[in-house]
Design a protein around this ligand. Structure first.
Ligand code: BGC
Length: 746
């Protein structure tokens, strides 16, 4: 598909290209880092990282930006040596744009990019949470909201969506992506690309998506960030590439290469990944940018002798834009003269960058007008409502013993945990453009919703416990709501953890609270699945709140009071203990699948199933499944199942359909999610939910890159999560069914 340029726009790009010098072409391939000079000599991205991981507070960051002397590379822009920058201040964007448009020989506009991962000013839930809403319309709307807000600040290019399939919760970046499942990941990918790119009703409404990180980054060995990645082709094709293919089909304009090496070749210089697969096979229309400093890091990685060599290898691999190292602008001209990089490679890269700028309308509307700049000085009500809806739909009820939840509005609640009273903890990793005054903490939300809330911080993920506060909390409330988990800095980039139980003294805190004999409701704030075996056995209820964005406090309070019936599901399996990682539902079978018998695939000292599987999540009502039926219908399977609301209130169920290819030429997963549908049912209501599974989606890519549709027996499952056992078998033939394209093999 793709969103193509018009004939006239293509001609404009070609005409421009024909007038450009080699330096100007390479200039388009250069993204400069805004450096902070004078006292704080670090690149802008690093400052942003420090702010997002908590080393700098939001206020400190803003003060530095106000007072520091900043190098925006004005002279280099003037010489036509800069194609892009990371800036988010609209006045600054206009000022730099003016240099590019009015003072350079050809007047080519800059493209300003930024990490807008889950919202700009209006921050919505982190991706691992939002994916669990299973609500693609909502995912699209939140992306569109972020696009509108950022474009009004001059940012026309989001380094998002992050589409790394991630199966190891130790990896801190699981927070940024849609979880462990390639199909849910591809639904998320399509929704995000549509939301970011498709609203052309006004010039300022859309941005270019940047799919990241290509490729395999989520499989970092042992969940350690930046670590090496090794995998067989069939694992890559059938899992890690799936969301990317979907996003490119949906028209995504750009992509970012990942930091990791894949089977020995860092993505930055991986021609097979970037050129053969992403551009030629999938058909990415725009350009590929490196990850921050990654070209330079090829030297440390041990794949290039020096910076010039790293630049040549990257450019030849199809890496079109250098993020932040200046290696292209300093070396590529010489490399072309020496014949080490072809003019064709430079032209291709430059054409791709110009095309995206043309597609964004930057040649015709390079500036942000005064009026547009002011549009989101305050967050509009409808954005707040969307942030609230997405937060409410993303929280997951994991346990609710004896139906303790929902709580009555006048319940005497002891609210515990330092995270509850922290407005900056609700936004999660990679939130940049938010303002503290927009954020609703859990304490704020609870006070609004309940009439009798007393707050006792007691302790949190870091530091000591306060015994007096614990005593007061235990003595004064009828129910204890403990808000525990991870700080924002404990997930996201460079935030892997070797032990994913509740950090610090929080288990001890829970033990003390439980000893009071009062019911303890655990509300979690965290950026990854946690190992909660002990908590699951000992607390009365668990609500997984992730980092839900600016409206988190209201969303949690609404769920605890029952104003909102929870409907979120897990987009990633929760292990019982850390040692089970990586754990994911769609694993290939062994000849000795795990069971209660010694010679099976399991640990001696841990359960063999997830504590809470992919797709899991409770409601305040209950649902019953029956009458699963599967029939062939030309090029599809028609699958239907009856779902009944057997509880006493309305609720929304995410009805999930899985498939197993029982015997194939390579071992296939025990289950694969193939379709889902949300159904809202009144108490006692029954509905038949029907979906179509296209036969062409029942195949797989083998190690030789061939898409295989093999006749044989299939099991179709339906249910409330990936552990469902409701199953029907069907024999399927694929004669004359259209196939997915094959992949090139390295
Ligand atoms: C991250 C990317 C991000 C880039 C620019 C890198 O460290 O890996 O996800 O887009 O920085 O901020």
């Amino acid at each position: 598909m793709g969103i193509a340029l018009t004939k006239e726009q293509t001609n404009r790009v070609e005409e421009l290209l024909s007038k450009m010098t080699l330096t100007e072409k390479i200039g388009q391939m250069n993204q400069e880092s805004v450096s902070i000079v004078g006292g704080f000599d670090v690149p802008f991205e690093q400052l942003i990282e420090m702010m997002t991981d908590g080393r700098l507070s939001k206020e400190e960051f803003e003060n530095i930006m106000k007072t520091a002397k900043t190098d925006y590379h004005e002279d280099a822009i003037r010489e036509g040596k800069v194609g892009s920058l990371m800036v988010q201040d609209p006045e600054k964007c206009n000022e730099l744009q003016k240099i590019a448009v009015e003072e350079t020989r050809l007047g080519i506009p800059l493209i300003f990019g930024l990490d807008v991962i889950h919202g700009f000013r209006s921050v919505y839930p982190i991706a691992i949470a939002e994916a669990g809403s299973f609500d693609t319309e909502l995912m699209e709307k939140t992306a569109a909201m972020a696009a509108k807000e950022s474009r009004c600040s001059g940012v026309a290019w989001h380094f998002a969506p992050m589409l790394d399939v991630a199966r190891d919760a130790r990896w801190g970046r699981v927070s940024e992506g849609p979880g462990e499942d390639p199909y849910l990941g591809s639904c998320f990918a399509r929704a995000k690309v549509r939301g970011l790119q498709n609203d052309h009703s006004e010039n300022e409404n859309y941005v270019a998506a940047c799919l990241k990180h290509f490729v395999g980054y989520g499989a970092a060995e042992a969940g350690k960030d930046y670590n090496t990645v090794s995998m067989a082709n069939h694992i890559l094709y059938n899992n890690y590439l799936v969301p990317f293919r979907a996003a490119v089909e949906e028209g995504a304009q750009t992509a970012m290469a990942s930091f990791n090496d894949l089977n020995g070749v860092p993505s930055t210089v991986n021609k097979w990944a970037l050129r053969d697969i992403l551009k030629d096979n999938m058909g990415l229309p725009g350009f590929v940018v490196s990850d921050a400093n990654a070209i330079k890091e090829c030297v440390v990685h041990g794949i290039a002798e020096d910076e010039k060599d790293a630049g040549e290898k990257s450019a030849n691999a199809g890496l079109d834009m250098d993020m932040g190292t200046e290696i292209y602008i300093q070396n590529l001209e010489k490399s072309v003269e020496e014949g080490k990089v072809s003019m064709d490679a430079i032209d291709d890269a430059c054409r791709r960058v110009l095309s995206v700028k043309m597609w964004l309308g930057l040649f015709d509307h390079p500036y942000v007008s005064e009026e547009v700049m002011k549009r989101y000085e305050e967050i509009p009500e409808e954005h707040k409502e969307l942030a609230l809806a997405s937060a409410e739909k993303s929280a997951v009820l994991l346990k609710n013993e004896g139906g303790i939840l929902p709580l009555k509005k006048d319940t005497k609640i002891s609210l515990v945990g330092s995270l509850a009273d922290n407005r900056s903890e609700v936004v999660g990793a990679w939130a940049i453009s938010w303002k503290e005054k927009d954020c609703v903490s859990i304490l704020d939300g609870m006070k609004q919703e309940f009439s009798n809330v007393n707050y006792y911080p007691c302790g949190g993920p870091e530091g000591d416990l306060n015994e007096n506060e614990i005593k007061d909390a235990c003595n004064n409330g009828d129910v204890i709501v403990a808000v525990l988990g991870e700080t924002v800095a404990m997930s996201g980039e460079a935030s892997s953890r070797a032990d994913i139980t509740l950090p610090g003294k929080q288990r001890e805190l829970l033990q003390k609270l439980i000893a009071s004999g009062k019911p303890v409701v655990l509300v979690l704030m965290n950026g990854r699945p946690l190992a909660l075996q002990w908590e699951a056995e000992n607390v009365t209820a668990i609500l997984e709140g992730w980092h839900l964005g600016i409206q988190m406090g209201n969303a949690i309070a609404h769920i605890l009071s029952g104003k909102k019936n929870p409907e979120g599901r897990l987009s990633s399996s929760f292990p019982a203990v850390t040692g089970q990682c990586p754990i994911y539902y769609n694993h290939p079978n062994t000849g000795r699948p795990a069971g209660n018998f010694k010679f099976t695939s399991r640990y001696l000292d841990a359960p063999f199933t997830a504590l809470y599987p992919f797709g899991y999540g409770l409601s305040y009502t209950s649902f019953e499944y029956s009458d699963l039926a599967v029939t062939e219908d030309n090029d599809a399977l028609k699958i239907s199942v009856k779902v009944k609301n057997t509880g006493d209130r309305e609720g929304t169920e995410t009805v999930q359909f899985y498939m197993q290819d029982v015997a194939a030429s390579i071992v296939r997963p025990v289950k694969e999610l193939k379709c889902f549908e949300k159904a809202t049912l009144a108490s006692g209501e029954e509905k038949t939910v029907e979906v179509k599974l296209l036969k062409k989606h029942m195949g797989f890519w083998n190690n030789q890159g061939k898409y295989c549709l093999e006749d044989g027996l299939f099991r179709i499952y339906a249910g409330a999560d990936s552990a469902t056992e409701l199953c029907e078998e069907i024999r399927v033939g694929f004669e004359s069914v259209e196939k997915e394209p094959d992949y090139p093999v390295e």
